[in-house]
Design a protein around this ligand. Structure first.
Ligand SMILES: N[C@@H](CCC(=O)N[C@@H](CS)C(=O)NCC(=O)O)C(=O)O
Length: 256
């Protein structure tokens, strides 16, 4: 009897989450309701809080590559400052995931990538040396490529004022990082040797940067790598799903 009631309540919650935002709001505002600890296989659902941005794409691409069941909650800029969202990420930025199966909330895109690769046991090199190299590259991406590419795009394409020294600084640094990445790809198809979350992490930003008009055609190895990753069906699906209208969207074909 108890089990039956639990099953019924559980399924109601999941249905609410998939087809309306209500249960997720409930999760935000009352975390004492322990819907993380649900015993049924069908409840291993990840909610991705994201927007159509480079760091958001990293996670939707990884989820697609790993074929993990997930749903997307598209976030508008105004949503990020709310107390509810900041209870998930005190830094008030997307992406964030809530994994009921892992009983886990994770923010910071590369931390999420690592969490997902451990969960799916995929897309991270296994030998100790290659693993350290991949970690190094994930930190390199988070500390250098993301911030510098982000500032370059902001100060050359978005900011109402564009002080020349600032534009020069970020333009030069962005171009320097492209040269560094091109060099890193000497003799290899992927950054950590094999295709991994490192490529997903770097692709998120390169993709946005190329779309913003920062061509990489003269960096032959980087361009070939970019085309190789962009051609992957899971990468294309990951980008497409975040371009969908706001709201809750279940991943097409995802298991319940
Ligand atoms: N270091 C963070 C950066 C997150 C970040 O800057 N996210 C952007 C979107 S790509 C964001 O939330 N921007 C909205 C805002 O700053 O208000 C990560 O890698 O997750």
């Amino acid at each position: 009897m108890v089990v039956l009631r639990q099953r019924f309540q559980t399924q109601s919650i999941i249905r609410g989450e998939r087809y309306g935002a209500k249960a997720i709001d409930h999760l935000w505002t009352d975390r004492s309701i322990n819907i993380y600890r649900l015993p049924f296989m069908e409840l291993s659902v990840i909610t991705l809080f994201a927007a159509n941005t480079p760091n958001g794409h990293k996670i939707s691409i990884a989820l697609e590559e790993m074929a993990l069941p997930y749903e997307v909650r598209r976030m508008a800029p105004g949503d990020l400052a709310s107390a509810e969202f900041r209870s998930l990420n005190p830094n008030g930025k997307i992406p964030v995931i809530v994994d009921r199966d892992g009983q886990q909330v994770v923010y910071e895109s590369n931390a999420i990538l690592l969490y997902l690769s451990e969960k799916a046991d995929m897309l991270m090199p296994r030998t100790p040396d290659a693993r350290i190299e991949a970690l190094q590259l994930l930190f390199f991406q988070a500390a250098s490529i993301g911030p510098m590419f982000g500032q370059r795009a902001h100060f050359t394409k978005v900011a109402p004022e564009r002080p020349p020294t600032v534009v020069e600084r970020f333009t030069a640094e962005g171009a320097r990082l492209e040269a560094v990445m091109d060099e890193m790809l000497t003799g290899r198809d992927y950054f950590a040797g094999e295709y991994s979350i490192v490529d997903i992490s770097i692709f998120g930003w390169l993709n946005a940067s190329v779309a913003a008009g920062f061509a990489i055609d003269e960096r032959a190895r980087l361009k070939a790598w970019f085309d190789r990753v962009a051609a992957r069906a899971a990468v294309q699906r990951g980008i497409r799903i975040l371009a969908a209208p706001s709201g809750v969207a279940a991943r097409p074909g995802a298991a319940a």
